[in-house]
Design a protein around this ligand. Structure first.
Ligand SMILES: C[S@@+](CC[C@H](N)C(=O)[O-])C[C@H]1O[C@@H](n2cnc3c(N)ncnc32)[C@H](O)[C@@H]1O
Length: 284
């Protein structure tokens, strides 16, 4: 396709592809005004963010990162990984990374995690199968992160995973599809789901659906609180209340979501170790 036609489609917020349906809609971020109204005029006042020569991260992961080739990460992710994954290094875990590219990140996790750990990478690019190295417990499978049959096969063959990291296409609908399936079906109890490069959610080329992955994260916060929609005051959940509630209907997600940590371009979603219990209110 000629680039003038491609440019014309872009003006119309359409995107061409060689696969069915050939032309798809794109959904630019249009919520700057709403965001500013929500945070208020003082927090919306103009400021500038500058890039400076800051100190480099320290820690084992940064040392390993520096001496690994074929890995591409934003520098500020490294301390987040270290905080999140550091406590898991004392035991063998199973980690799945969506997006293999040049194989460097699989190598980095292999070197950082407990030596008994299993590192699995998936990628749509068939050439990534060259990084499959079962003798070192590095497994690579080829397929699309939005293909639920493929994800089910991965989960059956190599899951459940203690850690899942989405560094794949960064396309909004793909990220959502992968999360909805993998978080429920193939993340172990107490497991951690990380999605990175969330900034792509603000770039039109990656927004193929009205709801971005960041929007989904905001909905997860609502899902985490769904039991409060079923009551109208803390009295109903009070310990020793005469007519207190002992259970309320919630979405499954409410039982599984332990906590969400949101960073610049990264979200870390913790799956509860056991099904969460209804919180109890105490009056003394
Ligand atoms: C950002 S790179 C991964 C970088 C790697 N994790 C690292 O840290 O060096 C993204 C990768 O996702 C792959 N990819 C793109 N679309 C995909 C999809 N729909 N499903 C799975 N992988 C996809 C690309 O082929 C590419 O290798």
């Amino acid at each position: 396709m000629t680039s003038p036609l491609r440019r014309a489609l872009a003006i119309l917020n359409l995107r061409a592809s060689k696969k069915w349906p050939f032309i798809t809609r794109r959904f630019p971020y249009r919520s700057v005004g709403r965001m500013q109204r929500a945070i208020g005029p003082s927090l919306s006042a103009s400021a500038s963010l500058t890039m400076t020569e800051t100190a480099l991260p320290d820690g084992d992961l940064y040392d390993i990162f520096k001496s690994t080739t074929g890995v591409h990460k934003w520098l500020h992710y490294l301390p987040i990984y270290e905080t999140t994954l550091g406590p898991l290094r004392c035991r063998p875990i199973r980690m799945l990374e969506i997006g293999v590219s040049c194989g460097g990140s699989l190598e980095m996790w292999r070197r950082y995690l407990h030596p008994g750990s299993v590192v699995v990478g998936i990628d749509i690019d068939p050439s990534c199968s060259r990084f499959d190295d079962p003798s070192r417990d590095i497994h690579v499978r080829i397929g699309a992160q939005q293909d639920l049959t493929f994800l089910r096969d991965i989960a059956n063959e190599l899951g459940p995973f203690d850690v899942i990291l989405d560094d794949g296409s960064h396309v909004a609908s793909h990220m959502a599809e992968s999360f909805r399936f993998l978080f429920l079906v193939s993340l172990a109890p107490g497991g951690i789901y990380m999605a990175e490069d969330l900034h792509a959610n603000y770039w039109t080329d990656y927004r193929d659906s009205k709801m971005s992955f960041v929007d989904l994260v905001k909905w997860l916060i609502d899902a985490m609180h769904a039991h409060y929609l079923q009551i109208s005051s803390a009295c109903e959940l009070e310990v020793d209340a005469e007519n207190g509630r002992t259970d309320v209907a919630v979405p499954v997600a409410t039982l599984l979501l332990e906590k969400l940590e949101v960073y610049d371009s990264m979200v870390v979603i913790h799956r509860a170790r056991q099904h969460k219990e209804l919180p109890r209110s105490v009056r003394r």
